[in-house]
Design a protein around this ligand. Structure first.
Ligand code: GTP
Length: 449
């Protein structure tokens, strides 16, 4: 219960608008309350003074004849009773009946409480003394009635009433402020606070799905209009956000699709380039590297020689009388012979060797060897294996001539090596074919047939 009340109070006074309104309402209500109290006090003061004066006048008027009788008859008892009656009035604190010759027939004084209102004497006049001459049947004065008047009790009474008026005025102002605040709060602050909370806390998806309940507000006024306008604005915003979200998703989907297509295209391109590279660097008939591939790769072999001291020999292998195979047995058989020879070269190739079709019926190779002798032996072995090749449709033994040259430290370009090997090959051909020749000795190494 207490917690609920505390929550309600927090909700009521939590907003800045509410706090500002409390201050304003308090100031206005207190100012109005105190103004009304001040007016009431002024009226009260005037009435009080008039009433007091009238009472005093009446008292004096009714007492004067009694005082005159007491003075005429020199009746001290009557004078005392009269004086005691006079001092019973709160404004009179002294009463004296004085006969000529300063003889006192009656003298009564009472103590009055002091006044605590600082400006009381100014408002009600200070203490004063009334000396009223007493006459009997129109004769010269037979005595004097002396009254000492004090405004203390009037001032105190007035002050007490003034305080009560101020207190009730303040209380009334506070109650009024509370009522005004409650009304303002119910009419404006609460719906505005709810609306601002609703706008603050709701998610755009809530607005899009119309999941936000409207604030409980039933008055058809500007606040309701504001709430409707805010709701419609938020709904429009929410639908725009939704559109943007879908557009973003569609864009991301398209991007993914495009990336996928780019990847596929790149792969296709790479495969095409690989195929083109393959075509550009390999011989379509035999599958060996072609002349271009050989000339691009060969410099690396020379570099190896110079950097690591690895030794190589260049060999040129040329089919003997190949024209005769073509002319007599047909071009297709010629092709088959070239393919069979290429297969043999591939089989006998060791790791690190570079073998290529140099052109026509000529093959070239950079083979790893330790010495010139080893190079010649390898060439010789190859030549022997060629003679054992069986090619279907070829009625005679296939032979090749091989030119060999060793790579030396002076060789910086592959062209010079090819020229040397070609010279050795020419030498082998001229010496009768089916033999190996090296460029140094310029003679065939194969036994004479
Ligand atoms: N079938 C076929 N023949 C080719 C190919 N390339 C070149 N030729 C033929 O190879 C033959 C080479 O003949 P030549 O240069 O006279 O050489 P050869 O007849 O072997 O004579 P030597 O080399 O002196 O023994 C020519 O007839 C070319 O047409 C090819 O790819 N396929």
């Amino acid at each position: 219960m207490t917690r609920r009340l505390a929550r309600r109070l927090r909700a009521a006074f939590g907003s800045r608008l509410a706090r500002r309104q409390v201050r304003l309402v308090l100031v206005v209500a207190l100012a109005a309350g105190w103004l009304l109290s001040a007016m009431q006090i002024v009226i009260d003061y005037r009435n009080d003074r008039r009433a007091q004066q009238e009472t005093l006048d009446q008292l004096v008027a009714t007492t004067l004849s009694t005082a005159a009788t007491a003075a005429w008859q020199l009746d001290g008892h009557l004078a005392r009773v009269m004086c005691e009656g006079m001092t019973a009035h709160p404004a009179i604190h002294g009463c004296r009946l004085r006969l000529p010759g300063e003889i006192l027939l009656g003298d009564t004084r009472v103590d009055r409480p002091a006044t605590w209102l600082p400006f009381g004497s100014g408002l009600f006049g200070g203490e004063r003394r009334l000396e009223l001459p007493l006459h009997h049947q129109g004769q010269s004065p037979i005595g004097t009635l002396v009254l000492e008047i004090s405004p203390a009790s009037a001032i105190n009474g007035f002050a007490t009433r003034m305080l009560a008026t101020l207190l009730t005025g303040t209380l009334r102002a506070l109650v009024l402020a509370l009522v005004l605040f409650a009304v303002f709060h119910a009419l404006t602050i609460r719906p505005i606070s709810r609306l601002s909370r609703l706008l603050d806390e709701a998610d755009d998806r809530d607005f899009a799905a119309d999941r936000c309940p409207p604030p409980r507000y039933r008055h058809d006024d500007e606040i309701l209009t504001l709430e409707r306008a805010a709701r419609s604005l938020m709904q429009r915003l929410a639908s725009r956000v939704e559109e943007l979200r879908s557009a973003k998703q569609a864009l991301e989907e398209t991007n993914r699709h495009q990336e996928q297509r780019i990847l596929e295209r790149t792969l296709e391109l790479e495969q095409t380039m690989q195929a083109m590279r393959q075509q550009a660097y390999s011989d379509s008939l035999t599958g060996l590297d072609n002349r271009r591939a050989f000339f691009e790769a060969a410099p690396r072999y020379l570099e190896h020689w110079h950097r690591y001291g690895e030794r190589f020999a260049l060999i040129l292998v040329d089919v003997d009388d190949f024209k005769a195979i073509n002319d007599r047995l047909g071009h297709d058989l010629g092709d088959r012979v070239l393919r069979a020879l290429a297969e043999l070269l591939k089989r006998s190739r060791r790791q690190g060797d570079l073998i290529a079709r140099f052109g026509g019926e000529e093959f070239i190779g950079l083979i790893k060897v330790a010495t010139r002798q080893e190079a010649l032996e390898a060439a010789e072995r190859l030549r022997g294996e060629v003679t054992e090749l069986v090619v279907k449709g070829l009625p005679w033994t296939l032979t090749v001539s091989i030119g060999v040259t060793l790579v030396t430290s002076d060789d910086t370009a592959i062209d010079g090596l090819v020229t040397r090997a070609d010279r050795a090959l020419y030498c082998a051909k001229r010496s009768g074919r089916d033999r190996v020749s090296d460029d140094d000795r310029r003679r065939e190494l194969s036994p004479e047939k």
